[in-house]
Design a protein around this ligand. Structure first.
Ligand SMILES: *Cc1c(COP(=O)(O)O)cnc(C)c1O
Length: 481
């Protein structure tokens, strides 16, 4: 029961210079963490029960001094922070943070702006105008495309596919806003059979079920086969259709043959959405751009800032070639919100209401790197992925299944015993991955690819150096040899 409130808790009355010492302490703690990244274990060293025991402190009535909270948080989390900010992390596609990006992200937190509309943060709204134009230029997307800075590629899919759903239903004379989906024409989704789970989840959130999705067969590299799309399109005549393709398969890094597939889909009146979470960044390099040739002809694109561009987490980008459909799908007008006449009101394009002013980190990163810097980042990661695939694949007991054409390679560790089955190979591959990760020298993750258990090699951090590549090959050799 609440007692009468004659005294304000001490924690709320400590107003004299509460920031200075605390932020310095946090900064020093962060710098000490970053300085140790190169020597620390990439894998975590504290297990679940240890973390629960340390962090599961009782919630007190009186609160705890802020400097003590920060010091204990850092100590308690020790060993539970995975080394994905460093250069020897190759599991999933995660990426680190550039110093410029991290610094801008700290400012973003200090400024604590609400990036909802121009009125809640004019500087953020203008930064998003600038960043949107820069990103379209770097990624080779149409200048007239609308865009939204969202929390990640998952929400970029939701944003783009909401625009797609609105557009294809409107073309079929259905008023989605008024009637919802119920009773309307059934939307057909034609999507790569290798599509990322976030695509299926975005569709589910938008009220589109599994039975409405046609899986398109892919080739040995996980690229959609044009005949498969052609056949599927024949089967959808007249229905509102959305084709979902990908730039950057999570295993092979391969991109669908957009130059052939997109015109085909357009002939049948379908909307084309591209999952380019990391692969779309090939467009930033003159040497690699051919991998995504024709991608600019799609209707919408989803990608990430927090993966390959190496900005801190909470950053994805949605682009839509039909701004009117995008705006119609997202727009929300409320009497208490102040809308601007000509500045960017982010809420018109985003699925969120209040939101982090996430444009600053991207702005700082793109300005810092310039066009050549982004290109070099992308090319260097690809070169390291190629070397890692070849060198690890050449080790005794290893097999290279798919060399890197982008920043992903696929290897496995077959069981050498005579008559070994797929299950034996899978067991051995998992065991080798666990043994590598246990050394603390590198971190890899497993995946299923075309029915086989594999180890993915994913290079997406600016931190990964040639020395890291050497060190990682030696670590894998130590485990398999
Ligand atoms: C990571 C990833 C996603 C999801 O992106 P988030 O930023 O994690 O939401 C979607 N598609 C592909 C191919 C990915 O690699």
């Amino acid at each position: 029961m609440a007692t009468t409130n004659e005294s304000i808790p001490e924690v709320l009355s400590a107003t004299t210079e509460p920031y200075e010492d605390l932020l310095r302490q946090a900064c020093e703690t962060a710098l000490a963490f970053l300085a140790k990244l190169d020597s620390a274990s990439v894998a975590t060293t504290a297990d679940l029960s240890t973390l629960r025991a340390r962090l599961g402190r009782p919630l007190s009535d009186e609160g705890v001094a802020a400097d003590q909270v920060i010091a204990e948080l850092a100590a308690d989390a020790e060993g539970g922070i995975i080394g994905s900010a460093g250069g020897r992390f190759f599991g999933w596609v995660i990426g680190g943070s550039f110093p410029a990006a991290l610094a801008a992200d700290w400012l973003t937190s200090a400024w604590d702006q609400n990036g909802a509309v121009y009125a809640t943060s004019p500087a953020e709204a203008v930064v998003e105008e600038v960043v949107g134009a820069w990103l379209k230029e770097i990624l080779g997307l149409p200048g007239h495309a609308s865009y939204a800075l969202v929390s990640g590629c998952q929400m970029a899919h939701v944003t783009c596919l909401a625009a797609a759903r609105y557009a294809v239903l409107t073309r079929h004379g259905w008023d989605l806003d008024e009637k919802g989906l119920s009773g309307g024409p059934e939307i057909r989704i034609l999507a790569s059979d290798q599509k990322h789970g976030s695509v299926a989840r975005a569709l589910r959130l938008l009220g589109i079920g599994r039975s409405q999705i046609v899986d398109l067969e892919t080739d040995a590299m996980s690229r959609v086969i044009p005949e498969a799309l052609e056949d599927a399109l024949q089967g959808t005549t007249g229905a509102p259709a959305i084709v979902v393709l990908q730039a950057g398969d999570i295993n092979t890094g391969a991109c669908d043959p957009f130059e052939v597939l997109i015109p085909l889909a357009k002939q049948h009146g379908a909307w084309v959405h591209v999952d380019g979470a990391f692969g779309l960044w090939a467009a930033a390099s003159r040497k690699l751009r051919h991998l995504v040739r024709g991608v600019e002809g799609a209707d919408s694109w989803a990608t990430d800032g927090h993966k390959w561009l190496n900005v801190p987490h909470d950053c994805g980008y949605a682009f839509v070639a039909h701004p009117e459909s995008h705006r119609a799908a997202m727009s929300q007008q409320s009497s208490y919100v102040s809308y601007s006449g000509d500045a960017r009101d982010e809420m018109e394009w985003n699925p969120e209401w209040s939101r982090r002013a996430r444009g600053f980190a991207t702005y700082a990163t793109l300005r810092h790197l310039g066009r050549a810097g982004v290109s070099a980042l992308v090319e260097r990661c690809c070169a390291h992925a190629k070397t890692l695939g070849e060198r690890i694949g050449a080790l005794p007991g290893a097999e290279l299944l798919c060399g890197a054409t982008l920043n992903q390679a696929v290897v496995r560790f077959p069981d050498p015993k005579p008559g070994a089955t797929e299950a034996d190979h899978a067991k051995r591959t998992d065991a080798v991955i666990a043994a590598i990760n246990a050394t603390g020298e590198a971190y890899f993750t497993a995946s299923m690819w075309k029915g086989r258990r594999v180890m993915r090699i994913s290079v997406s951090s600016w931190q990964t150096s040639e020395q890291d590549v050497e060190r990682v090959v030696r670590a894998v050799e130590g485990v398999t040899g």
